[in-house]
Design a protein around this ligand. Structure first.
Ligand SMILES: [Zn+2]
Length: 267
């Protein structure tokens, strides 16, 4: 019996959306919002991380849309959505990827460079339980509709959900590396590399999820770069190139890459 379930799961996974599909759907999460200000811009009174993450996310959205990718934003205004609400709404939307955008700051001025994070191994179990919780909350929406129809047993559905979650966590590592590498082309202040983190915003989702810290807001040179039009254009281009490169390389996406993102940068 168990073997039969396992065979079924393998067949279903092979038919899952990892294979080529017509429209790719990416969630962008501009960090913070409302009274959750994020890092302070030491050069401009009243300006915070939350303002810049929204501007960068909108620019990334435009690049992705040009390439034919559908985009969902966790916030479009200055609103303080909780991490839980952002990730659970993205899950229910059925997005293919989740990219959270943040800007770092340091207690002691000095550190600089962008870094990209995926979920730490020790946070997997908590993430898995959250996936089950969200799936109940959204009445099974985290499992593809095809699964719901084909798998009658609740136990087997939970096994599939766990497998899809595990696979997403593994893919998140690839997504983090590809996006971080792309950002290196567009961020002149160096990279701090890819790391595993215990971030609430990437826990409880069945699609690859990462956090991009695009640089340090209170660094005397990097801060002004991040907040300039030129810098925001450059960083958002880096994130978009990374996402498109990931979709092309790992998910075999056939995308119309916009001219503004040269094809050589995608391959
Ligand atoms: Zn932040």
């Amino acid at each position: 019996m168990f073997r039969l379930i396992l065979c079924g799961i393998i067949i279903l996974l092979s038919q899952h959306s990892w294979a080529k599909k017509p429209t790719w759907y990416v969630a962008l999460d501009p960090g913070h919002g409302g009274k959750n200000y994020g890092a302070i811009d030491p050069r401009e009174e009243g300006r915070y991380e939350k303002h810049y993450t929204l501007q960068i996310a909108n620019k990334v959205k435009n690049y992705l849309k040009e390439a034919g990718v559908k985009v969902w934003l966790s916030r479009t205004k200055d609103k303080p959505y909780s991490l839980r609400s952002r990730i659970s709404r993205a899950s229910a939307e059925g997005v293919d990827l989740f990219v959270s955008i943040h800007i770092n700051d340091a207690y002691v001025v000095g550190p600089r460079g962008h870094g990209t994070f995926f979920l730490a191994r020790e946070a997997f179990e908590e993430s898995r339980l959250r996936v089950r919780e969200f799936n109940k909350e959204f009445k099974g929406a985290l499992l593809k509709k095809s699964y719901e129809k084909k798998i009658k047993s609740a136990q087997a559905r939970e096994i599939v959900l766990d497998l899809v979650h595990q696979r997403a966590q593994h893919e998140a590592m690839h997504l983090a590396h590809i996006v971080n590498q792309a950002l290196e082309l567009y961020s002149p202040h160096g990279t701090r590399g890819v790391k595993q983190g215990n971030y609430g915003i990437i826990k409880g989702i069945t699609t690859p999820a990462i956090v991009c810290e695009v640089g340090f807001l209170n660094h005397p040179k990097e801060g002004p770069f991040i907040t300039s039009k030129e810098g925001m254009d450059s960083l958002s281009k880096g994130i978009a190139v990374g996402i498109l490169r990931y979709l092309t390389l790992r998910r075999k996406a056939d995308l119309n890459i916009p001219q503004s993102l040269s094809p050589t940068e995608i391959k």
